[in-house]
Design a protein around this ligand. Sequence first.
Ligand code: X2X
Length: 337
Amino acid sequence: MKITRRALLGTAGALTLPTLSGGNAFAQKAEFNYKFANNLPVSHPMNVRAKEMVDAIRKDTQGRVNIEIFPNNQLGSDSDMLSQIRAGGIEFFTLSGLILSTLIPVASITGIGFAFKDTESALKAADGELGAFVRASIAKSSLISMDRIWDSGFRQITSSTKAIATPEDLKGMKIRVPSSPLWTSMFKAFDAAPTSINFGEVYSALQTKVVEGQENPLSIISTAKLYEVQKYCAMTNHMWDGFWFLANKKAWERLPADLRTIVAKNINEAALKERADVAALNAGLQKELSDKGMVFNQPRIDAFRDYLRKANFYSEWKGKYGDEAWAILERATGKLA
Ligand code: X2X
């Protein structure tokens, strides 16, 4: 039987892949059997490093902690997984801060458009005062976050219909965005027509032309094979995105303190390795994706930022986050609003 690529990507829904960690073999003797779910393909650095991470955790805890990985939306969409982790059905979940903002409003602040000049400064903010502020807000809910955010990278705009060279090119564009008020707000500010669609349905939404385009870092455009259903890619770097490694607070606190230390250390170390992988991948992919037929262009970024400024995008979001959070953001980025 031939397994189609769509089935492998998990977009077919019914066909589930074997999980990455082969957890069942270890489950019987483990004291804590936990699940880690995420929305990314198996080949993305997140899942590659997570596989090593769960092996290291099993070893360092002498088999007491066994974490099974459910990649690629196997357990449902981001919205589904967020409900599951809140209810304790899954113990760990990586989620973009922007989508997490549907529960913790300030969590989208790291994704403000054209805020960070490079990945290094975005990660520095997430590791510093800004990330600490977001994690403190998360900790007031039924969730907690590990200290180190996992990198997704700067996002680029792809389309099946046209190259995006200026902000005006976005006018009326049917573009998929993840479910998050900040994403919708930013593309509305560009007078585009954004539609919220969970990542598991993006490939088919592009293929069937429900939407013309989408935006994601090159690492995801590549590993999720979106280049098969998209022609143009504008290197807008319009927002930086990262995944908070979330835990259900009760499940986390069930672990004895010594195990918690080992698990957190391994998760945070894996995040650092994943960041390096993602940076290397995002840097090298333009050539590879061009070879696969994508047409790249480099828009003038200032024009996009000015357009958002004129649309009062920054002042609007400053008002939503509040002066304290905005001041922390601007300490990392320089003046925005
Ligand atoms: O849904 C997306 O586009 C993705 C995979 O980048 C996120 O998790 C935000």
